[in-house]
Design a protein around this ligand. Structure first.
Ligand SMILES: [Zn+2]
Ligand SMILES: [Zn+2]
Length: 152
């Protein structure tokens, strides 16, 4: 299979059929909460802080879908939020990346085999990207998904 064909296969897979249920904090704690389902899959549970409030955010685990559930805090549209691991409290903000749409900070979750998923921490922006590391060849590829609209 040529390099180009491999990339096309991966792009086909990502459209709302991919869930990020194996996302973890940098210390290896899985964020998925089996007791809280969104779209039938375990939601990703993080501690969230926004505008002086703190609570829990259950993140839609389906890549490209954003039906998140806020518990104990209300994040205003356009408001910034910070995510922390509910187990060890580590800050899940990506130190190196900012949103290319609105320049806000981004969160970073780790995926198995060295992949990552990142997303904008401004509610309503919905910019996400995912990097999957090819297990055999360790080739890194960036997938950019500018807005939710591309999935509807
Ligand atoms: Zn942790
Ligand atoms: Zn943004």
């Amino acid at each position: 299979m040529s390099e180009k064909e491999k990339i096309q296969v991966e792009i086909e897979v990502k459209s709302k059929t991919l869930s990020v249920s194996h996302a973890a904090c940098p210390n290896g704690h899985l964020l998925a909460d089996e007791t809280k389902l969104i779209h039938g899959k375990p939601a990703l549970k993080v501690k969230a802080e926004s505008a002086g409030q703190s609570g829990i955010l259950y993140i839609d685990p389906v890549y490209g879908s954003h039906d998140n559930i806020e518990v104990g805090l209300e994040i205003a549209d356009g408001g910034l939020v910070k995510f922390f691991c509910p187990k060890c409290g580590v800050d899940l903000t990506d130190p190196d990346e900012t949103c290319r749409v609105c320049a806000s900070p981004m969160f970073l979750f780790h995926l198995p085999h060295g992949g990552i998923v990142e997303g904008c921490l401004k509610k309503g922006c919905m910019f996400h990207k995912m990097k999957i590391v090819d297990e055999e060849h360790q080739i890194q590829r960036m997938f950019d998904n500018p807005t939710l609209e591309s999935y509807l």
